[in-house]
Design a protein around this ligand. Structure first.
Ligand code: ZN
Length: 358
């Protein structure tokens, strides 16, 4: 955009103007396009609150799909609670946002950077599940008429029951400054499995898992692009949160999602997916999450077979995962949770299917 005005400023002579006019007459479409671009650029430059680095956070996945990755960290003042991803699906000049993030301030940043950097107006917000770091950014869309906030009925019920407490909890962890002005804004309970969502990147199918990371985890699947969006089920370099979930249900959900054969998986971050042969260093978030949850389940089952008790469970270390964020804070709790769930399963002779699928 700096080249064009420079030419007209440095070559103001009549000869140059005549040549420009002749060229414009011969190529009217080109001139029109240039003028439209100039107007758009000027409008963008004139927009209030458009920082030059607006685009810095958005990763383009395929045309019409962007992801703002969550930090692979525990919630704290440094990341202001932004540990879950935000995902945009373009539809013309509009976009659907999946998860507005942890706060009013972050939701505003997402809204304004979508407008400034990508030229998109967010008209629809889908809450993936009822956890603070995913949905409290709803507050940024309160004053904007025409924006639909939507979730599953179970997610709405979960937010209604827990969000006053979850707002207090995330404020304590991320700090008052990060959560300043944030209020709980409830979505409408309009999302159902089997619904379709149209976008420039093709048709998305809405899925719901009722017993995995939470009691309602939203998943979107684009078969044409082989692109999977699973914000709450796929972690990377961060210990999964099992507090309100089901270990067996989560493992089954990941296996079912793997069987869709996605090429891209958008979870807490974006990753390419091939198979479930997981190691902690696996680049696929789906495989990595499956790997940790399998190691957890197998470790607990083995301890039961050795006759150990739940009181010894916190010692059930998984050295391969100590480098993941939240290991010190959450792994011991996950072990306790897994023990409670797996004990009756094991006593009934149940096994855990951890076979790799490539
Ligand atoms: Zn969650």
């Amino acid at each position: 955009m700096t080249g064009r005005p420079a030419v007209t400023r440095t070559r103001p002579g009549r000869l140059w103007q005549a040549a420009w006019l002749l060229f414009a007459l011969l190529r009217p479409g080109w001139l029109e396009a240039r003028e439209t671009e100039t107007a758009a650029t000027a409008a963008a430059e004139a927009r209030p609150g458009c920082p030059p680095a607006s685009a810095a956070h958005w990763q383009a996945i395929v045309p019409g799909v962007w992801l703002w990755p969550g930090a692979a960290q525990e919630i704290g003042p440094g990341n202001r609670g932004q540990v879950a991803s935000q995902i945009l699906l373009r539809d013309g000049d509009s976009a659907t946002l999946i998860d507005p993030g942890p706060s009013l301030a972050h939701g505003r940043l997402v809204r304004e950077s979508a407008r400034c950097a990508l030229g998109l107006t967010i008209t629809r917000v889908l809450d993936s599940h009822a956890h603070a770091e995913n949905v409290l950014g709803n507050a940024a869309f309160a004053a904007f008429a025409g924006v639909r906030l939507e979730a599953s009925p179970a997610t709405l019920a979960g937010m209604r029951a827990r969000c006053p407490q979850c707002l207090a909890s995330i404020t304590q962890k991320a700090g008052q400054a990060a959560l300043d002005g944030t209020t709980v804004l409830l979505p409408e309970a309009s999302l159902r499995p089997g619904q379709q969502l149209a976008s420039d990147s093709g048709r998305w199918q809405i899925m719901e898992f009722r017993a995995a990371h939470s009691d309602s985890d939203l998943v979107l699947w684009n078969e044409e692009q082989r692109l999977l969006i699973a914000p709450s089920l796929v972690y990377q370099d961060r210990i999964p949160e099992l507090a309100q979930g089901s270990l067996l249900g989560w493992l089954a959900a990941l296996r079912q999602l793997h069987q869709l054969r996605p090429v891209w998986v958008l979870g807490q971050q974006a990753s390419r997916h091939a198979g479930l042969s997981a190691t902690p260093a696996q680049t696929s978030g789906l495989a990595a999450s499956h790997g940790y949850l399998c190691a957890l389940a197998q470790g607990v089952l083995k301890a039961m077979e050795l006759g150990r008790s739940a009181n010894e469970a916190p010692e059930l270390a998984l050295p391969a995962y100590t480098g993941w964020a939240g290991y010190a804070e959450r792994h011991g709790f996950n072990v306790q949770r897994a023990w409670r769930e797996l004990e009756p399963h094991w006593m009934n002779g149940g096994q855990v299917d951890c076979t790799a699928l490539d």
